[in-house]
Design a protein around this ligand. Structure first.
Ligand SMILES: NC(=O)c1ccc[n+]([C@@H]2O[C@H](COP(=O)([O-])OP(=O)(O)OC[C@H]3O[C@@H](n4cnc5c(N)ncnc54)[C@H](OP(=O)(O)O)[C@@H]3O)[C@@H](O)[C@H]2O)c1
Length: 335
């Protein structure tokens, strides 16, 4: 197949390129050339997806069997590419997010759950927000209709992670000593390796499948204790995981999700966070490698990459807890 990947130089997009090339597909990538290097074997076109001129240069004289959009965050921008590509591509596969669902993370979701009320023509000056992926989905459906697939992506981990959630934990645990094990250690979590997500996404194109797929790890795949223990094993660290419960973390105003990455309190507002139903995707071919393999490979990538020069951030918020706050919580002094 001839596949156009909008993005392709970063974490998930990179995994898509690797997977598609390994299966013998011809791949074109489109990005600005700032997030990462081009991959050998793919035709790289550099440009900004917000620039009509750059997009016109990309599509001139071209036709693709499928487009994979890993970089769409703004409805107006996705509408622009979908409009331009509707007669130049057979299928549009959009990487959306679990965030597109209106009731997540308070409630468990599946493909029939309502999405946020965000129009397909939401203008460019809207601040980035979770609801925007729902508007992007509408833009894709408007132009490609039943020739599209919408993949509601769950929490991605794996080598080349560009957010830094699992890398933060791996680096913290590698330093050793007492490490916070936040919240209920047995609370189920569901994570998906970006390589497994990409393999599923390319498989869908090969099989000609369309529609919406909640694309996450299985419910009950692991727990916070299981994940952090896998980090201890992957790094060979002497770290001691010390349980600090939700109440103590909330009393100290620890910010869920960012100050302790991947931690959220076991409260009604977060009740559905790790309960998304991915059975439709599984029936369509989604397979997960063992979590320990993902954690090991991510650590190997960090070691090979070396220390990161800029701190991890999520939406501008730094990831991770300070050593001082960590020590206070471990000593039971915070709150
Ligand atoms: N990480 C998670 O846990 C998670 C969860 C839910 C959903 N998702 C979704 O999964 C996808 C992840 O994609 P990803 O890992 O490949 O990384 P990403 O950071 O979302 O996408 C960045 C890619 O898009 C390109 N790009 C960004 N702005 C561009 C522009 N204006 N014009 C052209 N290209 C542009 C980047 O290259 P250049 O910078 O070089 O242009 C890069 O290749 C995203 O859609 C994200 O919303 C992720």
């Amino acid at each position: 197949m001839d596949i156009l990947i909008l993005g392709g130089s970063s974490f998930l997009g990179r995994a898509y390129v690797t997977d598609a090339l390994a299966r013998g597909h011809r791949v074109t990538t489109f990005n600005r050339g700032v997030s990462g290097p081009d991959q050998p074997g793919a035709v790289a076109v550099h440009g900004d997806r917000n620039s009509p001129d750059d997009l016109a240069r990309l599509v001139e004289g071209q036709h693709w069997d499928a487009v994979v959009d890993t970089s769409g965050q703004q409805p107006y921008a996705v509408a622009q590419t979908a409009r331009l590509l509707r007669d130049r591509a057979g299928h549009y596969s959009f990487v959306s997010s679990i965030h597109a669902f209106a009731d997540w993370p308070a409630e468990a979701v599946d493909e029939d759950s309502p999405t946020h009320d965000c129009p397909a023509d939401t203008p460019a000056d809207q601040p980035p927000a979770n609801a925007l992926k729902a508007g992007c989905e509408r833009a894709v459906l408007e132009h490609f209709g039943e020739r599209s697939s919408l993949l509601n992506c769950g929490l991605l981990i794996g080598p080349y992670e560009n957010v830094g959630r699992l890398p933060w934990w791996l680096e913290r645990i590698a330093r050793g000593g007492r490490v916070i094990l936040p919240g209920d250690p047995g609370r189920p979590m569901q994570l998906i390796d970006a390589r497994d997500f990409a393999a599923f996404g390319i498989g869908l194109l090969e099989d000609g499948l369309t529609g919406r797929y909640v694309t996450t790890g299985p419910v009950g795949q692991t727990t916070m204790a299981g994940l952090l223990q896998a980090c201890v094993e992957a790094t060979g660290s002497d770290a001691e995981l010390v349980r600090v419960d939700d109440e103590a973390l909330l009393a100290a105003e620890v910010q869920p999700w960012t100050e302790l990455p991947l931690w959220s309190p076991d409260e009604p507002d977060w009740a559905g966070i790790w309960q998304s139903d991915s059975s439709r995707a599984r029936a369509a071919g989604l397979r997960d490698r063992p979590l320990a393999e993902t954690v090991r490979d991510t650590w190997a990538w960090i070691v090979e990459r070396g220390p990161r020069e800029v701190p991890y951030t999520q939406g501008g918020t730094p990831l991770g807890i300070s050593a001082e706050r960590e020590r206070m919580l471990l000593d039971g002094r915070a709150g």
